[in-house]
Design a protein around this ligand. Structure first.
Ligand code: KIV
Length: 269
């Protein structure tokens, strides 16, 4: 029986080999990724890459619960972390607890992630003290896109760099077991990572972090929209799918599919 990684195992990886993290939203994809990654992140990026919204803001708790449960069903070894959607945790620590408790109980995930710095520290402490492992998320916080005026990378000025360090230390002291650092300049990512006891997981934040995360659809070339410059495309699945569908459509139209081996009684083998 395969033992699933825990938040405690992940926290202990600080300074060891880099943590491998990918987003995942469905059971079949989770089962392919499971043995290759340390963490499967059910990111609220699903609002953009699965549902076609133009930001993560419309994502609901029910969506996250449904996809979180699917990813847990599809995996055995990786730690599953579910993102808390916009509006589900900011109003009060008590509301955050109710929302996180629903996610933990109804998905079987081992941890949640929430965006925020010093202003979220009290909430994070409240959750952690009540048995909910929390992953932090500092730097560029996509749920704040309207306040930020776009998805601009962070840490450009000394004061922005100081804010990122202050936020990271505040959420660390509140008890996170690791944190995503998104869209941050390399020297800032290196400095912050060096100051923390918990692992940082970078996205667009250089190799100076303790691990890396990418959105699965982006790295597989399955994103028809904007792909950020920090994404390396490891496969071109949209093109492969289009080619397969084109061949299928031609074969249906010229009646070469289904051929005899695909008709009952089946003549395959
Ligand atoms: O929602 C998400 O997928 C994320 C990652 C980009 C870190 O938060």
């Amino acid at each position: 029986m395969v033992k699933r990684l825990t938040a405690v195992d992940i926290a202990a990886r600080k300074g060891a080999s880099p943590l491998v993290v990918l987003t995942s939203y469905t059971a079949p994809m989770a089962s392919v990724l499971d043995s290759h990654v340390d963490i499967l992140l059910v990111g609220d990026s699903l609002g953009m890459v699965v549902y076609g919204f133009d930001s993560t803001l419309p994502v609901t708790l029910d969506m996250m619960i449904n996809h979180g449960a699917a990813v847990v069903r599809g995996s055995k070894r990786a730690l599953v972390v579910v993102d808390m959607p916009f509006g589900s945790y900011q109003a009060s620590k008590e509301e955050a607890f109710h929302a996180c408790a629903r996610v933990m109980a109804q998905t079987g995930a081992q941890a949640v992630k929430l965006e925020g710095g010093a202003e979220m520290a009290e909430t994070i402490r409240f959750l952690v003290m009540r048995g909910i492992p929390v992953m932090g998320h500092v730097g560029l916080m996509p749920q704040r896109v309207n306040a930020l005026g776009g998805y601009r990378y962070q840490g450009r000025s000394d004061s922005e760099a100081a804010t990122i360090l202050h936020d990271a230390q505040a959420v660390e002291q509140a008890g996170v077991f690791s944190m995503v650092m998104e869209g941050v300049k390399e020297e800032v990512a290196r400095h912050v990572t060096g100051q923390l006891r918990v692992p940082t997981i970078g996205i667009g934040a250089s190799p100076a972090c303790d691990g890396q995360v990418l959105v699965i659809d982006d790295m597989l070339g399955f994103n028809s929209g904007y792909v950020p410059g920090f994404v390396k495309t490891y496969a071109h699945l949209a093109e492969a799918v289009e080619q397969a569908v084109k061949t299928y459509a031609e074969e249906v139209r010229n009646r070469t599919f289904p051929s005899a081996e695909y008709c009952y009684p089946l003549k395959k083998n």
